[in-house]
Design a protein. Structure first.
Length: 63
């Protein structure tokens, strides 16, 4: 039995790529990004993303 639908995983990867691109553009242009914290919207400068995009135990699907 599959744990996740393959289309939901593709959608998640697409959202992660889009969020990374937005954060890079905001950092490059000194824009603040709205983030939901403490039950309200706060604006922050994005940090450089250095962590892995997927866990080491997931298999690469070659997509």
């Amino acid at each position: 039995m599959e744990k996740y639908n393959k289309y939901s995983l593709l959608g998640l990867k697409a959202l992660q790529r889009a969020a990374t691109k937005v954060a890079e553009d905001a950092k490059k242009n000194n824009y603040k990004v709205p983030v939901w914290q403490n039950n309200r919207i706060e604006y922050e400068m994005p940090e450089i993303i250095t962590k892995q995009s997927s866990t080491p135990d997931t298999k690469s699907q070659g997509i």
